[in-house]
Design a protein around this ligand. Sequence first.
Ligand code: BDP
Length: 697
Amino acid sequence: MALLACTGTVRAEDGYALWMRYAPLEPALAADYHTRLAEVVAPDQTPIQHAAREELERGLTGLTGSAPRMHVAPAINPSLVIGTPQSSTLIAPLRQELDALGDEGYLLRQTRIDGRDVLLVAAPRDIGVLYGVFHLLRLLQTGASLDALEVRESPRMRLRVLNHWDNLDGYVERGYAGRSLWDWQTLPEWRNPRYTDYARANASVGINGTVLNNVNANAQSLAPDYLAKAATLADTFRPYGIRVYLSVRFSAPIELGGLKTADPRDPEVQRWWQHKADEIYARIPDFGGFLVKANSEGQPGPQDYGRSHAEGANLLADALAPHGGVVMWRAFVYAHDVPADRATQAYTEFAGLDGAFRPNVILQVKNGPIDFQPREPFHPLFGAMPRTPLVMEVQITKEYLGFATHLVYLGPLYEEVLQSHTRGQSATVAQALTGMAGVANIGMDRTWSGSHFDPANWYAFGRLAWNPQQSVRAIAADWAAMTFSPDPAVVQPIVGMMMGSREAAVNYMTPLGLHHLMARGHHYGPGPWVDGGPRADWTSVYYHRADRDGIGFDRTARGSYAVGQYAPDVAARYGDLARVPEPLLLWFHHVPWEHRMASGRSLWDELVGRYSQGVRQVQDMQATWASLGGRVDPQRHAQVTAFLRIQLREAQWWRDASVAYFQSVSGRPLPAGESAPPHPLGWYERLQFPSAPGDGR
Ligand code: BDP
């Protein structure tokens, strides 16, 4: 025992355990919890029940240092009872109350049975019990009081799904956390235990679906041997309430089926998809459905045959409907011929199709109208398609936010868009949603996400998809307590770093509504000078439109009129130079350099100031992190320290390169106190990164 305790404390903290470390609590608290929760009654008849029971035992043992006594039937003096009305006679009397919580809901309640205190984790169905167990473990990990505990939870969104952009060869597009988790080569025979840990992590935050493969899909994913592999993953995830989905290539009937066409009106094509759906469901009875990127960035789609997106989506929807599957059809499309403003494309394409989709089609819309930039306004399709279920797609991976090495907590970004008003004072983006899809930041890296802080974004995504009203600060605090230590002297400074980090990145990359200024292709580092190439809307100059007089994209009625795609009150605010929020100024307006900002400075001075401020914010994060030296284990502390050094260097690079470029355009002197970039503009322009990670090759 002594030896075990000792190895427990010196165990290397490599990040693998994520927020499920169940590290020993401070002794008095551990003893209190142990006394309260020593006799556990937990059914063990179904795989989900087994998972819940195991997790509880593992968590309680780790946190309190002593194993609870586990029973399957009512013990004489139970102290913790988990189950459903079907699985537990002690919970059966709550049936009516529980039914009101819905399929995935649960309740935690401190009550008295036969004169003794008993904690209940009760749910209408097994999966709710598992979610409730994770909730309880979170309370314990964060040192919460169990007195008079009463928690009732149900998810606000039905679909809470990860999107893996993983290729069959193990490469992860826009992935910065190593190779794909899915080892297609050894599946279906070998079930890497890591698959189960992945499922545990997802279930702990309520994620209930996963799309295994890249939206730039390979038709082979639907071939019988790959379906057998996917079925094994589905079997592994099922006890954790996670359904498997696949990205499909619209032309698969040609590539895989040998047909001459993939035209949605062709009866053979329709039959092919029906048979494919039957085949999939024979192997994966609870298969979730398809995710489709069609007629976007070179992918095949219904428009290749002169058919609309609705016809394409409905083709697949009809094949899946008899089995209960859904089609998540992506709205991220933009035309081959470069339009007036790429930001207007998806709306133009889809708004008129509201009502034209089958009931099992869900439109998957990115959070903003361009592409996962550090800051974008909310996508105008939210609130504009009342008859179509919508899923909001966000990136958890940080393609445009410094890859895995920049500490950027995305909670505030997600919250900002979820709480945006689509019209008036009441309707928000969150209310328009049936679900959230997060482009995963998960790979074979020991930390799962490429750094010790990036799992926070996976965590926050899940928690917000469950309930978008939650405070992202509170979510950060939970994550930090579970990941590092519940000690407030650790949690508070870490939460402070996290909460400021997204704004820091906006400042040193794309302040004041600037966007799409990164280097071409790999998107690593600054490239505000990027011009030319195959499409204007793949360049930076297209987006910032800086010239001698001013900067910004005029999307008002005088310009592209993208603002007109929002509800009238929103359009009026964004379209008015006097009322547009400053963080979105240059997204919607082309503004003279001498324009007066709220700070009293000119736009030019403000822009340079923001870039420098971003760098200082990273320095502040470094100082905070350094102060945690003795309180965080040395292994993780050292890596975060090193990564913050990378972040500082790159923030400075973004600042210097951007200032050098914009100064070359504006011809203006640097504001007082601002240092000149150490290199001439050409030096920054010449930097090459042929081996930068994640760029899709
Ligand atoms: C862009 C990525 C590209 C994706 C595309 C998409 O650069 O790799 O394929 O989005 O979402 O952000 O389809």
